[in-house]
Design a protein around this ligand. Structure first.
Ligand code: SF4
Length: 110
């Protein structure tokens, strides 16, 4: 995956240790750096796409990245369900209007 964004990062030259805090509560220093980073979104998306399990990426802890992944999964599932429901409604509407070939031919034979 493309990491060309790294050369513009706000953490360039900063001790990487701050991005691997012992607890999430100790992540504030790293998050403060990320908050002004011009490549925060690229960094976060890289970490999510590559399932980075350690450290602060894009201003988010591992737990926060997991929450984003779960939310996106739910949103995709809801979107897919909405598309299926929409297709079902269209099929029912077509059937009710007689647009289905089977319905038309059945009507034509009467
Ligand atoms: S978002 Fe944070 S960890 Fe990512 S490149 Fe920027 S400063 Fe570094």
């Amino acid at each position: 995956m493309d990491r060309s964004w790294e050369h513009r990062s706000a953490c360039k030259g900063i001790d990487p240790v701050i991005f691997y805090p012992a607890t999430d509560e100790d992540a504030e220093t790293a998050k403060a750096v990320c908050a002004v980073c011009p490549v925060q979104v690229d960094c976060l998306e890289y970490a999510i796409a590559n399932r980075e399990h350690e450290g602060i990426w894009g201003g988010h802890t591992e737990k926060e990245r997991q929450r984003i992944i779960r939310r996106r999964r739910r949103e995709r599932a809801m979107k897919k369900a909405a598309q299926v429901n929409s297709s079902s409604v269209t099929a029912v509407a077509d059937s009710a209007s007689g647009d289905q070939p089977g319905v038309l031919s059945a009507t034509a034979t009467r």
